[in-house]
Design a protein around this ligand. Structure first.
Ligand code: B12
Length: 453
């Protein structure tokens, strides 16, 4: 069979005024340009587990009716879904099936809504795809009737036996970043986290040799790539993280990842991050207001426990020359309209190099979604297209919907203005210089003391 891997690409937002504002704000535009081009790692993994007797190609669609004509020449098309684009994906799937092409769907959204997806696809996969995918391919080749496949029908995915994603399928495409995974999962359970549905297994870290092997495969396609680790939370295990950084250092790479704030605890790890080419870490701070974080992480109240250390932790990370992309979730239950100015002040005080603001989003399958639905607070149930992190689709508890929408816009205007961006970044650089001066000073003292002894 000829199998097409169809990734939905680009970022989504529907709030018209926000979109117009985005066009004039360098911060919004910069970030979305950078990330909009990431390839679908999930589909590259599936390509690698496809039995050899089938031909595989990788395609992208930026939206409904944007699918390339080549997909209609395939026998089977695999589509990866996120909630925000799932209706576009369904429309493409409907057209493909009308044209006689079989369609398989998997990914975060259909894992939660498999029955909905089965109305548009021949085969729907719930959960991690690597081990079940060959069975789906077999079913398509044998012309079996449509059905839902559960990942658990196959042995669980063993993180130590992941194949090399087929990055070579991307050659000739102009990506500015490539994704690689060093781990899967996260020990925390934040009630809004949309990755949770895929995290049934515990936090799993890969063998470092396997990560390096995958980076070799990326470098064969694109020399000197910028890497983004598509992990849920990279530096959970500090000893393993140090080994990873030591192994990456000689490769002279530039990379970015997502982690939690505990990375700041370990000075040696912070040094190693810088030395190994880590340019930025993205951290979900969610709110500078500790009260708003109470109960957000369901396992051990992690976010609230760490909130009072935010200033100190960010300073340590910055001191070591790693920039932080601090992410804030607007519209948590305790957030009143004062939160927007609080976040602006916090970002300036802590000299955040990059800031990401998004609205609380009830993704299907999350505890947040069930809670808001039972409280009658979802504005348009089933409006998955609004799961963009920028569109408001719930009734906030301590402000109105418009206060949240306009607050997001106001805060975006402030944070991403040229002046505010320059002020934050200059403060970061000034503090870094101060730290280096002090560090050199204490080294000088230490040396003199040793000589005197
Ligand atoms: C890289 C990334 C992107 C890339 C995606 C590139 C692409 N073309 O696919 C880009 C930058 C384009 C992107 C865009 C968006 N993203 Co994004 N993104 C991520 C990120 C950081 C990593 C995803 C990843 O690579 N995971 C690793 C792979 C291996 O896992 P996987 O994709 O889940 O695939 C496995 C299974 O799901 C399954 N599977 C997947 N697809 C298929 C298909 C078939 C047929 C089968 C059988 C199995 C299968 O098998 C795979 C292997 O086990 C995650 C956060 C995270 N840490 O996970 C957010 C995340 C996925 N994104 C998210 C969101 C909200 C968005 C946007 C809506 C943001 C916006 N406003 O536009 C858009 C979506 C628009 C779109 N194009 O679809 C949410 C999704 C939540 C949800 N339930 O929908 C996440 C979880 C982040 C978050 N804040 O919550 N994103």
């Amino acid at each position: 069979m000829k199998i097409g891997m169809l990734a939905m690409s680009g970022v989504r937002a529907h709030d018209q005024e926000l979109l117009e504002l985005g066009l004039t704000l360098p911060g919004f535009v910069e970030r979305s340009k950078v990330i909009a081009q990431l390839p679908s790692l999930g589909l590259l993994y599936l390509a690698a587990t496809t039995p050899n007797d089938h031909e595989v190609a990788y395609y992208e669609a930026t939206g409904d009716r944007e699918e390339p004509p080549e997909v209609y020449e395939c026998d089977l098309v695999a589509i990866s879904t996120f909630s925000a684009q799932v209706k576009e994906a369904y429309a493409i799937a409907d057209r493909l099936r009308l044209a006689g092409v079989k369609v398989a769907m998997g990914g975060l959204h259909v894992t939660v809504c498999p029955d909905e997806a089965l109305q548009h696809a021949d085969y729907v996969v719930v959960g991690e795809g690597e081990n079940i995918w060959p069975k789906v391919v077999q079913a398509a080749a044998a012309d079996e009737r449509p059905r839902i496949f559960q990942a658990k029908e196959a042995p669980p995915v063993d993180i130590h036996h992941l194949p090399v994603p087929r990055y070579e399928l991307l050659s000739g495409r102009p990506y500015n970043r490539y994704t690689v995974q060093t781990s899967r999962g996260c020990p925390w359970r934040c009630d809004f986290c949309a990755s949770n549905v895929m995290l049934r297994q515990l936090y799993r870290k890969r063998r470092i040799a396997d990560v390096l092997r995958d980076i070799d495969a990326i470098e064969a396609v694109r020399p000197d790539p910028f890497l983004e680790f598509a992990d849920d939370n990279t530096f959970v295990d500090k000893a393993w993280s140090k080994q990873l950084c030591r192994a990456l250092a000689p490769r002279k790479l530039k990379w970015f990842t997502e982690t939690d704030i505990t990375v700041a605890e370990d000075e040696e790890l912070l040094d190693l991050l810088r030395e190994s080419g880590c340019r930025q870490v993205l951290i979900g701070l969610e709110s500078p207001d500790r009260n708003a974080l109470e109960g957000v992480e369901l396992r051990s109240n992690f976010k609230a426990r760490w909130a009072y250390r935010y200033h100190d932790a960010l300073r340590r990370i910055h001191d070591h020359g790693v920039t932080v992309n601090g992410c804030f979730t607007l519209g948590l239950d305790q957030h009143t309209p004062d939160i927007f100015a609080q976040i602006l002040n916090f970002a300036l005080e802590t000299a955040l190099y990059e800031v990401q603001i998004t609205v609380l989003t009830p993704f299907p399958g999350t505890p947040l979604y069930s809670r808001l639905l039972s409280e009658g607070r979802i504005l348009s149930p089933g409006a998955w297209e609004l799961c963009t992190l920028f569109d408001v689709n719930f009734q906030p508890q301590s402000m109105t919907v418009d206060e949240l929408r306009y607050g997001l816009r106001w805060l975006g205007e402030q944070l991403y203005s040229r002046e505010c961006t320059a002020t934050r970044r200059k403060a970061f650089l000034r503090r870094r210089r101060e730290y280096l001066r002090k560090a050199r000073g204490s080294e000088f003292h230490r040396e003199h003391k040793t000589q005197a002894l």
